[in-house]
Design a protein around this ligand. Structure first.
Ligand SMILES: Cc1cc2nc3c(=O)[nH]c(=O)nc-3n(C[C@H](O)[C@H](O)[C@H](O)COP(=O)(O)OP(=O)(O)OC[C@H]3O[C@@H](n4cnc5c(N)ncnc54)[C@H](O)[C@@H]3O)c2cc1C
Length: 391
């Protein structure tokens, strides 16, 4: 691989193969790492097109990367050039009346939302990684998060995407065609910018934090709250997770509402409850439980999943309103495989929001692999994008 080729596309400043950068980009927030040949930082669409054409000529794998907060090794290189979108952060247009914004793929969610504050608008999809996660990464993983019960996932908020495919062609995708990019983990192309729908900022929030004696009563309350149109978030902590943040050793539900529904109403107190909830992931990681899974189960299987996690003494929390739970494990815990095996019987999926990446590729169904192969035939026939991941 000739660095001079990349330098002629990006200029000397926006290409690096220093050992420091190759190491820094050898992994994402998962525990998967691989060989990064070089890093490039595009600032213009044409550079991304020229890069894809070069990769086809040289037969080199390209790995799109946002903030690298992905938990499955999706942005981990495997003898690849990493394409870091963090310089493409521009808001190209904002239409306050139509509630639309067009923004570069590297824009960070919180930064975008801060710039929308004066207009009382926001992008309401809030993964817990909101301080760092980028719009491109959120589209590629179809991220969801704390308010998924009200606002769904990223796919629901994307109006159109400018995509550069694996041959360097530019596509403007909208409508049904967005399914070719949302949640496809960079297998079909690079999101360069996106037109997003916005909504009003929430106001006058309140919270209820309640402990439960057993799963049945907890799920009964869940069903009641799900029927309340004022509900904006419905989070879960099992008894093992609750203890970590100083709560009694019982399963808890944390429900957020618009309006004065919940018992906690003062903004400072609400912020404190959310701060405690947000501290859970880092605290569990600190205890060595660094592996976060994201099974999604709806219906009857949900109580089987929750009971199994409690019985195995596995700390778990998550977005129970939409059936996504985050059990925490130590690396190498054999119960992770057991969890995946049981999910089929419980009518669940192996990933509710984090994606597949390298971590779960062995668990992908033959039907999904076929779907990705068909997508690759259209958008990446020479297989230069995130090679060896989804298929
Ligand atoms: C503490 C923590 C909490 C988290 N909480 C949540 C949560 O609540 N909900 C949730 O959904 N996720 C969560 N995540 C996972 C992660 O933050 C999300 O998947 C997020 O959307 C990834 O964004 P990113 O910019 O970091 O993408 P990256 O990690 O850089 O990339 C993720 C995937 O997207 C691809 N990609 C990145 N940019 C582009 C682009 N421009 N074009 C095409 N493909 C691209 C990459 O190749 C990779 O496959 C959490 C992660 C952490 C570390």
């Amino acid at each position: 691989m000739k660095m001079s080729d990349l330098q002629s596309i990006f200029g000397i400043e926006r290409v690096s193969d220093t050992i420091e950068n190759r190491l820094a980009y050898s992994r994402d927030a998962s525990n998967h790492s691989g060989d990064c040949l070089a890093v490039v930082w595009p600032v213009r669409l044409e550079q991304v097109c020229a890069l894809a054409e070069w990769a086809v000529r040289e037969n080199i794998d390209l790995v799109p990367r946002g903030a690298g907060t992905g938990l499955c090794g999706g942005a981990t290189p495997q003898s690849s050039v990493v394409v870091d979108f963090s310089c493409l952060t521009m808001i190209d247009s904002l239409d306050v009346e139509r509630r639309r914004v067009t923004v570069g793929a590297g824009a960070v969610l919180d930064a975008l939302n801060r710039s929308l504050e004066p207009h009382r608008l926001c992008l309401p999809v809030i993964p817990s990684s909101h301080l760092a996660a980028t719009i491109g990464g959120m589209i590629a993983t179809n991220a969801s998060g704390l308010r998924a019960v009200r606002y769904g996932s990223m796919r629901d908020w994307v109006e159109a995407v400018t995509l550069v495919d694996g041959t360097g062609r530019v596509h403007r995708l909208s409508g049904e065609a967005l399914n070719d990019v949302a949640g496809r983990e960079g297998a079909s192309g690079f999101v360069v910018n996106a037109e997003l729908r916005l909504t009003d900022q929430l106001s006058q929030l309140s919270l209820t934090l309640r402990a439960f004696e057993d799963t049945a009563s907890l799920l009964t309350q869940r069903a009641k709250w799900l029927d309340d149109s004022r509900l904006t978030a419905l989070e879960y902590l099992n008894c093992h997770a609750a203890q970590v943040v100083g709560l009694p050793a019982r399963a808890h539900l944390l429900a957020e509402f618009e309006g004065e529904v919940g018992a906690v109403r003062k903004p400072a107190e609400i912020a404190e409850v959310w701060r405690r909830r947000d501290s859970l992931g880092p605290l569990l990681s600190h205890q060595g439980l660094s592996i976060s899974e994201d099974p999604r189960v709806q219906g009857d299987g949900l109580s089987s999943l929750l009971d199994w996690l409690e019985a195995e003494q596995i700390p778990a929390f998550g977005h129970l309103g939409v059936g996504i739970i985050h059990p925490r494990f130590r690396p190498g815990d054999e119960r992770i495989a057991r969890l995946y095996q049981q999910l089929e019987a419980w009518g669940g999926q192996i990933s509710g929001e984090h994606g597949i990446g390298l971590k779960k590729k062995a668990w992908v169904s033959a039907a999904y692999r076929d779907e990705i192969r068909q997508l690759k035939a259209i958008y990446d026939p020479r297989n230069v994008l995130n090679r060896g991941k989804l298929c």
